[in-house]
Design a protein around this ligand. Structure first.
Ligand code: TXA
Ligand code: MG
Length: 315
């Protein structure tokens, strides 16, 4: 298959409506979409990524009026969260609409819904005029793609089209919140801080950081975000051992930067989150063998960043 590259949201949407798989940018990471109401096309998303069939997809919408097409009910907690955070990097788990093909939700009775805020994503979704289920557009297990080049690297020849935007903005995925329970539960920390959600709703349950203890979001069970290089977490740069095939990424600079094959010093947590997946992929291109990554304090966006670092380091 030849993968078409385009900057036209209309052309990309046209391919999706004809049953194609289309990768598109959002403010978090690139997604790989199909028409929710063409089950064969949705099935091909799993094949193209090598994604386990038990991992449900997030449905992307252009406006809130479309929620009724995929969800049976929008609880008051979900209304309030969307009032504050939509469009944006927040995914809400709602009861599924019977008419939505079950392949989208991997057989679950719930559906994840998100309204991206990136203008190019919105133009694309508007032109699609159908709900668009889309996981991150990486090969399953690899770091999520934050550029169209990363999508092409992982999925070139396996998808119909890539809508070319720039590097993504936040660089970590949306926060996933289950609104079918009371209080709501954060299933995956992400670009919207848990503290901000708590300010809106008061009580919020948080899944323990332990993988096995968080079975409600099936995707969190699987191996994730792993580059070819081995990732090792360090508290301080002095715990990173220098080497020509060793890299370092973190907020503080190591004392002998020239002794590493690559060094990435990030200005703040936002910049670190924005760059992380890009850095993991860049290290693979440089044939780095060990990436030392400095962990951060688990507040605000730091919670999502630490979660991704921990998963990237898990073997
Ligand atoms: O920022 C994002 O969320 C990106 C962009 C493309 O929107 N998407 C993304 O999708 O990260 P994905 O498939 O890589 O991760 C979706 C996560 C998975 O952990 C999945 O298990 C969970 O959301 N999820 C989706 N639907 C669910 C449901 N009905 N119940 C529980 N968890 C769900
Ligand atoms: Mg993913």
């Amino acid at each position: 298959m030849v993968t078409a590259l385009t900057t036209s949201p209309e052309e990309a949407a046209d391919r999706l409506r004809r049953g194609g798989l289309v990768a598109f940018p959002t403010e978090t990471v690139y997604g790989l979409g199909a028409d929710a109401f063409q089950p064969d096309a949705v099935r091909r998303i799993f094949d193209a990524k090598g994604r386990p069939a038990d991992n449900p997809l997030i449905v992307h919408l252009h406006r809130r009026g479309q929620i009724q097409r995929v969800a049976a009910d929008v609880p008051p907690s979900a209304q309030r969260l969307f009032d504050v955070f939509a469009p944006g990097p927040l995914t809400l788990i709602l009861p599924k609409h019977d008419g939505l093909p079950s392949v989208v939700t991997a057989g679950l009775e719930t559906v994840g819904v998100r309204l991206p805020r990136l203008p190019l994503a919105q133009s694309f979704l508007e032109a699609c005029a159908t709900p668009v289920p889309a996981p991150s557009a990486n090969q399953s297990g690899r770091p999520s793609p934050t550029s169209w080049e990363a999508v092409e690297h992982d999925l070139g020849g396996r998808v119909d089209c890539i809508l070319q935007g720039g590097r993504t903005d936040t660089g970590v995925e949306s926060t996933v919140v289950d609104c079918t329970t009371d209080p709501v539960a954060v299933l995956r920390p992400g670009a919207v801080a848990v503290e901000a959600i708590r300010r809106v709703l008061g009580a919020v349950q948080e899944a323990p950081p332990d993988e096995e203890a968080a079975p409600r979001s099936p995707g969190t069970r699987h191996r994730h975000y792993a580059p070819t290089a081995q990732v090792r977490l360090v508290d301080t740069p002095s715990n990173a051992s220098p080497g020509a095939r060793h890299a370092y990424v973190g907020l503080e600079a190591p004392s002998r930067p020239n002794a590493f094959g690559a060094v990435y010093v990030e200005e703040d947590i936002e910049a670190y989150a924005h760059d992380l997946f890009h850095v993991l992929r860049a290290c693979d291109e440089k044939e780095i063998e060990i990436i030392y990554a400095q962990s951060v304090s688990s507040e605000g966006l730091g919670r999502a960043l630490n979660d991704r670092l921990r998963r990237a380091a898990a073997r």
